[in-house]
Design a binder for this molecule. Structure first.
Ligand SMILES: Cc1cc2nc3c(=O)[nH]c(=O)nc-3n(C[C@H](O)[C@H](O)[C@H](O)COP(=O)(O)OP(=O)(O)OC[C@H]3O[C@@H](n4cnc5c(N)ncnc54)[C@H](O)[C@@H]3O)c2cc1C
Length: 672
């Protein structure tokens, strides 16, 4: 890497020139850096707003899962079978599924070699278990903090390899050259957050041959979220650069605690806590689920099942399935404006409507589970202590005593299956730009649990292989870089300068704007997507985008980074809503992890109002079998396209032919 200086719009700022800039420091980013180093590309640097931020480092769950090819015992498996299962949820391209399946073992053993303690038996078998949407036993786990253990192992390796890190740097723009299919990434603009109060706002330029974008999921667009607090995402950067996204409509939502963000899956539900709601003043406590379930046995059994049916699934909403609970929690909070809690101190009571809870009322499966686990104690908290004491300790470590205070909950955003599209080397439609990890939208409508972590490791490996194989070159000479990227750099700096110059008047308040967009997404762009509300809110989302560009007042230089963040999130939420609107306009129904009200459908249960009628998406529907792509054109206009989903390719590899291609360096080649 070399460092020079440039003078733009009256500011003199540093310019770092290097082969590959990796943005983010989650498990995908760190793996990209480690893998690039391993394959011989050392002219690299990681740029991150905060080294320890992000989902990988800070999220977990009951048993955080990693998905890979089956490796143990007599469970037969093959990369093709795994690819078909990855793609089985619909709207996932087959060749991407095949890459993720084929490379799952190299990715997994890389982590094992770096010290991630995935369990194996006395014979060395990395045994697995079945996770959701998994017909084999492909799942493994290193415990509740698998992704953190991955992060720690990769961070140790990055330190050992002395990979350059720009910590406390927020990327605020991607730089590109060329147009249309010839458009390519040539670097980025960032703010050095330690210098953001200075005359230059802390602007730093990066002149790079390649940019690996590993900025994670779009956490910052939701109010109700179980993404860790420090994670916001930066999809707006890539949209502005002309990258196209796909499947933005497909995210996962489920029940989580709000004060300390944590999934309430597994034993948190299997001990059957009491669901209550209160008005905003903490009064008028009600066990609201009693109004909708026919008897205590059915209700308690649905709560139990929520443990292993965590994400909302519209197929489990009718017939008193576990997902009816998510809908009723959403209705209580978002529609009725009340607050919902889980009470572990007391058992559910029938409130005069039904019998009070007792173990004997549970379905056989739930009763046997609790009996065999010795968890037949009198209250939910006692059962939880018996079943999973660390689950109780975890909340205590965050100053929440589950035995004393009811836990406030909501239906929260957890993961986006969609994101930026890529080819089989994880290169986006903008050449030299590689979205890896959750910012990449490789998954379809559903995905097997644990496949997000696998996809992040595989995608970053593929990007590293391609960069080392084909994009090894040196960055542009400084003069040429500034000639190419100058206008965009100027525009970026101007956004900060004009925000600072603007007089407070009918100023757009940063915090209020952020709160508004998050409320909008959680109300109509998350679990429940009412076509009428989405159509009404979409123009308001674009209005906010325009306001952030034209009316935002930046009170001081140090606030410029937050202003860029707002601009990014405003654009991101507008494009997510556009994608949802398009899906609904094409007649898209409830699927994946969301609920679309539809007057022609059935009610999930007879006590719910007509507005809760819904239909499930079916195989022959327009949206099934297709993938919705969305992006911005050169003029900043929204463009959408529906693509047929490509099947898993049937390859018939003949060893001698592959060997020949391999020796002649014909394996890694530019793709469309
Ligand atoms: C509660 C929870 C449980 C989960 N459980 C599972 C599971 O069991 N199995 C599974 O497979 N997946 C699971 N996931 C999903 C999985 O953890 C994530 O998809 C994955 O960790 C994302 O990794 P990443 O490297 O892409 O992004 P992250 O780890 O989120 O990292 C993103 C990085 O980008 C940085 N960044 C963002 N914007 C900028 C910017 N503008 N400038 C500089 N830096 C920036 C962030 O600070 C961060 O360092 C779970 C997610 C959650 C929230």
């Amino acid at each position: 890497m070399t460092t020079g200086r440039a003078r733009i719009r009256g500011l003199t700022v540093p310019v770092h020139s290097l082969n590959t800039l990796i943005i983010g420091s989650g498990a995908a980013a760190l793996n990209a850096a480690v893998r690039l180093h391993e394959v011989g590309q050392r002219d690299i640097a990681i740029l991150t707003e905060r080294w320890t931020a992000g989902t990988s480092r800070n999220a977990g769950s009951d048993k955080q899962t990693y998905y890979k090819l089956s490796l143990a015992g007599d469970v037969p498996d093959s990369p093709f079978d795994m690819a078909r299962d990855l793609a089985a949820g619909g709207s996932m391209h087959g060749e991407i599924a095949l890459c993720e399946a084929q490379n799952s073992l190299p990715a997994f053993f890389h982590l094992v070699r770096l010290g991630v303690p995935f369990p194996h038996d006395v014979f060395g078998a990395y045994v697995g278990y079945k996770t959701d949407h998994d017909p084999r036993q492909r799942a493994t786990s290193a415990g509740p903090l698998t992704s953190r253990l991955m992060w720690e192992a990769l961070a140790r390796e990055a330190a050992r390899k002395k990979i350059m890190i720009f910590d406390r740097h927020q990327a605020v723009a991607l730089l590109t050259g060329g147009r249309g299919d010839a458009k390519k990434a040539v670097g980025a603009v960032a703010i050095d957050l330690r210098k953001s109060g200075s005359r230059t706002f802390g602007f730093v330029l990066y002149n790079a041959v390649n940019v690996v974008l590993a900025t994670g999921g779009p956490a910052g667009i939701y109010r109700d979220s179980v993404y860790p607090l420090g994670q916001t995402g930066s999809h707006g950067l890539a949209f502005e650069a002309g990258a196209w996204a796909q499947n933005l409509t497909e995210s996962q939502y489920g029940l989580a605690s709000l004060k300390f963000r944590w999934n309430l899956s597994g034993s948190y539900q299997q001990v059957i806590p009491r669901y209550i709601s209160r008005d905003r003043n903490g009064r008028d406590e009600r066990e609201f689920l009693n109004d909708h379930f026919p008897d205590m046995g059915t209700l308690a059994s649905a709560i139990f099942r929520k443990g292993y049916q965590w994400p909302f699934d519209p197929r489990k909403a009718a017939s008193y399935g576990s997902s009816l609970i998510d809908l009723l929690v959403h209705r209580e909070r978002i529609v009725k404006g009340r607050r919902v809690f889980l009470d572990y101190a007391r058992n559910p009571s029938g409130g005069g409507k039904h019998a009070d809870f007792s173990i004997g009322l549970l379905v056989e499966e739930a009763r046997t589970y609790l009996e065999r686990s010795g968890a037949l104690q009198a209250t939910p908290i006692e059962r939880l202590r018996r079943l999973n004491r660390p689950a109780v300790d975890l909340f205590r470590a965050h100053r929440i005593d589950l035995g004393r205070e009811p836990l406030e909950i909501g239906v929260c955003a957890q993961h986006n299956n969609g994101g930026f599209k890529c080819n089989i080397w994880w290169e986006s439609n903008v050449r030299h730009l590689f979205p890896v990890g959750e910012v990449n939208g490789s998954h379809g409508v559903t995905r097997p649990g644990g496949s997000a972590l696998n996809a992040g490791q595989v995608g970053s490996l593929r990007a590293a292989q391609f960069i080392a194989g084909r994009y090894r070159g040196r960055p542009l000479p400084l003069k040429a870089f500034l000639a190419l990227a100058g206008p965009r750099i100027s525009e970026t700096i101007a956004f900060a300068q004009s925000g600072l110059d603007r007089k407070p008047g009918r100023a757009l308040d940063l915090r209020a704007a952020l709160a508004a967009l998050r409320k909008r997404m959680s109300a109509c762009g998350a679990l429940v997507r009412d076509p009428v509300e989405v159509a009404r809110e979409c123009p308001k989302a674009w209005e906010l985008v325009a306001q952030t560009l034209n009316e935002l007042v930046i009170p001081d230089r140090a606030s410029a980074a937050a202003a860029f963040r707002l601009k990014d999130l405003a654009l991101t939420h507008a494009l997510y809503l556009e994608a949802i609107k398009e899906y609904l306009e094409k007649g898209g129904k409830s699927r994946g992890s969301y609920f679309v009200p539809s007057s022609k459908g059935e009610r999930p249960c007879p006590t719910l109002e007509d507005g809760w009628r819904f239909e499930l998406g079916r195989a022959g529907d327009f949206a099934s079998g297709r993938i919705l792509e969305i992006g911005l054109d050169e003029a900043g206009r929204v463009r959408k396209a529906w693509r047929e989903t490509r099947p898993v390719p049937r390859t018939d590899p003949w060893f001698e032919a592959v060997w020949d291609d391999f020796r002649e360096d014909r394996i890694i080649k530019e793709e469309g």
